[in-house]
Design a protein around this ligand. Structure first.
Ligand code: ADP
Ligand code: MG
Length: 303
């Protein structure tokens, strides 16, 4: 288990992370979320031992993770980290990059392991390609496979699918997170993309103003968003009578107390997001059909 106690960190004078305490179980998938600049990447780097803490401790089981002041070589064998800016060896092939840190004493095993990992990241067809010829998204997948090669106990992933196109993203996410669960590898993913979280994360931790603003299962945070920032992660919402109401919780009915005028409809695939107003207040709701500007409709709260 990863045990983080009262962690505080700053690069210079400005505090970046202030007194964070949380735990991650073996095999758990934890998503670190937050706006750009909230400290997600910094937290992963600190967990990896890349920097010295100002205060607090990090333990993986009985081992304390220490920064460069106390540790000559950054990192530990049981932990792998895939940075937002992945660095690969451009002039050798995909399979050589992945197998780089695997022992040559067992060539058959090495070959099988490399093949399995290329399957996980859906790059088998590119095994012989030189890394420099790959796209950004393909490189990102090589970096993932390489981090998994030595089967770490815990893996830290920084925006792991950010360079991957939408066509591939869904199946790749399923494949990578399924692999991690099967191998019982603890996984901490920093992301601003809710699709990386929903359906995969056991818990999510929201960073804001150097602190943990929310920390719970995604289902729980979705149902009971304590702050507007939590709600905004899941989708468009309104604050009506001091309550957070998601756009999909408002439904058009024949008659109600909430009479709104439509401004615009946004196509969302399986639904339309409708922007409307009542007096001067904007109200978002979802509707199966497009509505016209100036249409007048009545809304009711459903759950
Ligand atoms: P996120 O990953 O959530 O976008 P970061 O962890 O990259 O956020 O950045 C958090 C804050 O730390 C930002 O204000 C950023 O400018 C600052 N920061 C990040 N890296 C460094 C660094 N190497 N030196 C100084 N400040 C940094
Ligand atoms: Mg980042």
């Amino acid at each position: 288990m990863l045990n983080v106690k009262n962690l505080s960190f700053s690069y210079s004078k400005t505090p970046i992370l202030n007194n964070l305490t949380f735990q991650v179980d073996q095999g758990e998938n934890l998503a670190i979320i937050g706006e750009s600049g909230s400290g997600k990447s910094t937290l992963l780097k600190v967990l990896y031992g890349e920097y010295d803490l100002n205060f607090g401790n990090i333990y993986w089981k009985d081992t304390e993770i220490l920064g460069p002041k106390f540790n000559l070589v950054i990192g530990y064998d049981f932990m792998k980290y895939v940075a937002q800016e992945f660095d690969l060896m451009p002039f050798i092939s995909v399979e050589e990059n992945v197998g780089k840190f695997l022992s040559n004493f067992f060539p058959n095993e090495k070959q099988k392991r490399t093949k399995d990992l290329l399957d996980v990241v859906e790059l088998s067809d590119f095994a012989k390609a030189k890394v420099k010829t790959l796209s950004g998204g393909q490189k990102q997948r090589v970096a993932l496979a390489r981090a998994l090669a030595k089967q770490p106990e815990i893996i830290l992933l920084d925006e792991p699918f950010s360079h991957i196109d939408n066509f591939k993203k869904q199946s790749l996410r399923r494949s990578v997170f399924k692999y991690l669960k099967e191998k019982n590898i603890t996984c901490i993913v920093a992301t601003h993309d809710k699709e990386d979280v929903l359906g995969f994360a056991d818990r999510m931790l929201l960073l804001n103003n150097q602190k943990i603003e929310a920390y719970d299962a995604p289902e729980h945070l979705y149902k009971y968003p304590k702050t507007p920032l939590v709600a905004s992660f899941f989708g468009e919402f309104n604050i009506l009578n001091d309550q957070i109401i998601y756009a999909n919780q408002l439904k058009v009915v024949e008659q109600s107390d909430l009479k709104v005028t439509v401004n615009r409809s946004y196509f969302k695939g399986n639904t339309y997001l409708i922007e409307s107003h009542i007096n001067n207040k904007t109200v978002f709701f979802e509707h199966p059909k497009k509505l016209k500007k100036e249409d007048i409709v009545y809304l009711k709260l459903v759950n």
